[in-house]
Ligand binder design. Structure first.
Ligand code: T46
Length: 132
């Protein structure tokens, strides 16, 4: 079973550069309540290592590259993030990790809710227990 669910984004490219269009609830499966960006990740550093109880998110790599590991407790999949043409769903109750950031990587994440630390499961054992 594939954990990779992607949403296509319109890319308008010409001699002047590139324009990427993301429309809330049109390109994404939800209304955006929060957007954040991950960048300037030091070489060899990894991020994530958690799941969300309810939050749904879509991530797109605006520049550079990184790897996203998605894990539902049974299946585990590594997705290469290196394109502005599609966003990757990070669904609720999916353990996710980000690795192998290039120096120039800029990852944009769109979320269907505001930041709430209570929504995080930061222990892999707790994640497995909750998924049962
Ligand atoms: C996720 C992955 C893909 C806030 O105060 N507000 C926010 O909106 C966010 C996202 C984070 N923070 C604080 C919480 C921590 O003190 O920023 C600090 C770093 O967050 P964290 O260690 O969770 O960062 P990542 O890169 O491991 O995870 C982030 C998101 O937090 C998370 O929801 O799914 O990116």
């Amino acid at each position: 079973m594939s954990l990779e669910v992607s949403y296509p984004f319109k890319n308008i490219e010409n001699a002047d550069g590139k324009l990427v269009v993301i429309e809330s609830a049109r390109n994404l499966p939800f209304e955006i309540k929060r957007t954040y960006f991950i960048m300037n990740v030091r070489k060899g550093e990894s991020r994530g290592f958690h799941a969300h109880k309810e939050l749904r998110q879509v991530a797109v790599c605006l520049k550079g590259s990184c790897k996203m590991i998605l894990d539902d407790g049974i299946n585990k999949q590594t997705v290469a993030m290196n394109s502005t043409k599609e966003g990757l769903l990070i669904d609720k109750m999916i353990w996710h990790e980000m690795h192998e950031f290039s120096d120039d990587c800029i990852l944009a994440v769109f979320a269907d809710d505001y930041y709430d630390e209570e929504d995080y499961i930061r222990s892999y054992d707790c994640f497995l227990e909750k998924g049962e």
